[in-house]
Design a protein around this ligand. Structure first.
Ligand code: HEC
Ligand code: HEC
Length: 415
């Protein structure tokens, strides 16, 4: 197979784009961190220090914060019951059911289903028929929600890992905005997702979910409690009616809303505790790079992957020290991209039917299956499905020789 030949123009453009990126984004207190290429993520801890594991809290939390992390983890793992408000329609009874691999807070192979209808290019989420998210379970079989016959789009969404979510939440909006290009670069533009954030009441830049549909962990927790478990909260007080049938809902919804009971002393409910668990959950641990993985870092950059899978962003000033101006080696620009045939056909918030958010690639070795619907069992399959704005990078990937592919995969499995 022919080795990749990257034009010197592109190599220069990529290098200078990283240079610009580094200059624009690094806070001045890290002057040493301004190389033209981002270095390989730092790895091996000093001698005698236990290497971090998946599921560890962020390094540097106070004792009180670790206690809050563990408390929230309990809620994340606790199954809801009919008495605590589960349903009437729901997908699973606890967060951990879908976010468990390789440990609590991780990814999972469970998919949820979204449906809608596209007529003459206009997408309708069929809200009055229970769309766009289907709840596939119920507390009584008469409530069973189906994909209605009116739907002509059905898409599946795979459960994503939640490691390092607090760092992602702490990245300032303007850093994400800076990733947007005014003119296409290597066929890539990118677009921010603008979200009316339920928790803060502000318009913020979305960064969570396959469509960047939520901006804060508290809002995502409230959304997930409602839409995955049927637990209403102060942020999302209205139950989902099965296929839109409000009469059936009224008959079976016996627990008083909001079901997420707020502790009168602390003013906090499950959504707050679970949001804190996710906020304090550490980033995926990196593996020390082998020679092959170290070489794969350049392949990643030269192939154009880093144009969207931006290696590093820095959190803003934060009152939580462990999140204050920290490096987040997430490998994502947190932008929406037109992915052509890989789009899922569902419009959601700012994201159009073909647009998907660049998923962070950290922790990839523990988050199979890949892509929004989990269709890819290997990273190779996932890359080959790239299309639209990622077509140029995908085409370059297809021209890599066997050794370069292996180096790239080894790199991806080490971050
Ligand atoms: C039925 C399975 C299921 C359950 C139960 C579930 N999730 Fe998820 N979770 C998913 C799926 C699927 C996605 C991706 C959804 C999307 O983007 O459309 C997701 C995405 C997320 C994300 C976004 C992460 C990212 O990559 O940006 C957060 C945060 C999250 N879930 C938190 C929770 C919390 C908190 C709970 C419990 C209250 C919960 N989830 C319960 C399936 C589930
Ligand atoms: C135009 C921006 C863009 C470029 C360039 C790009 N990607 Fe992606 N990548 C995405 C988006 C968006 C997704 C999610 C697509 C989906 O599932 O619908 C994705 C998904 C992935 C996934 C699956 C992640 C997961 O958690 O399921 C991997 C692995 C990946 N990309 C690697 C690469 C590699 C390697 C390259 C370079 C050959 C590359 N990407 C180039 C935007 C891009």
């Amino acid at each position: 197979m022919k080795a990749i030949r990257i034009t010197s123009y592109l190599a220069f453009a990529l290098a200078s784009s990283f240079g610009m990126y580094a200059a624009a984004q690094m806070p001045p207190r890290h002057p040493a961190h301004r190389p033209p290429h981002p270095p390989h993520p730092p790895t091996a801890p000093p001698n005698g220090v236990k290497p971090p594991q998946f599921g560890d809290p962020l390094p540097g939390l106070t004792k009180a914060q670790v206690a809050i992390f563990l408390d929230g983890k309990d809620d994340f793992e606790a199954p809801e019951t009919e008495a605590s408000g589960l349903g009437p329609i729901f997908n699973r009874s606890s967060c951990v059911t879908c976010h468990s691999a390789p440990v609590t807070g991780g990814a999972g192979s469970i998919n949820v289903t979204r449906f809608g209808r596209t007529d003459s290019g206009v997408f309708d989420p069929l809200t009055s028929l229970g769309g766009s998210l289907q709840q596939e379970m119920e507390i009584n079989s008469v409530l069973h929600e189906v994909v209605p016959p009116q739907a002509n789009v059905v898409a599946h969404r795979n459960s994503t890992p939640l490691f390092g979510m607090g760092l992602i939440e702490a990245i300032p909006d303007d850093q994400i905005l800076q990733n947007v290009r005014r003119t296409p670069f290597d066929g890539v533009l990118g677009k921010v997702s603008k979200v009316a954030d339920a928790a803060s009441g502000k318009t913020l830049i979305g960064r969570f979910g396959w469509k960047a549909q939520q901006a804060t962990l508290l809002s995502f927790a409230g959304d997930a409690y409602l839409n995955e478990m049927g637990i209403t909260s102060r942020l999302f007080p209205v139950e989902n009616a099965p296929n839109g049938n409000t009469q059936l809902l009224a008959q079976y919804d016996t627990v008083v809303d909001p079901e997420d009971v707020v502790d009168p002393v602390t003013g906090r409910g499950d959504i707050d505790r679970v949001a804190d668990f996710m906020r304090y959950l550490g980033a995926p641990p990196r593996l020390p790079p082998t020679n092959s993985a170290a070489a794969g870092r350049s392949v990643f950059q030269n192939t154009g992957c880093a144009v969207c899978h931006v290696p590093l962003m820095i959190t803003g000033p934060n009152k939580i020290t462990a999140l204050d101006q920290r490096e987040a080696w997430l490998f994502s620009d947190l932008l929406l991209h037109d992915m052509g045939a890989l789009g899922d056909g569902i419009a959601q918030g700012t994201a159009d039917v073909r647009e998907m958010k660049t998923p962070p690639l950290w922790g990839l070795r523990a988050s199979a299956p890949y892509l929004h619907d989990g269709r890819a069992t290997t990273v190779d399959d996932a890359i080959k499905a790239h299309d639209g704005e990622a077509k140029a990078a995908k085409d370059r990937y297809l021209k890599l020789n066997k050794q370069q592919v292996q180096q790239l995969i080894d790199f991806l499995m080490s971050i």
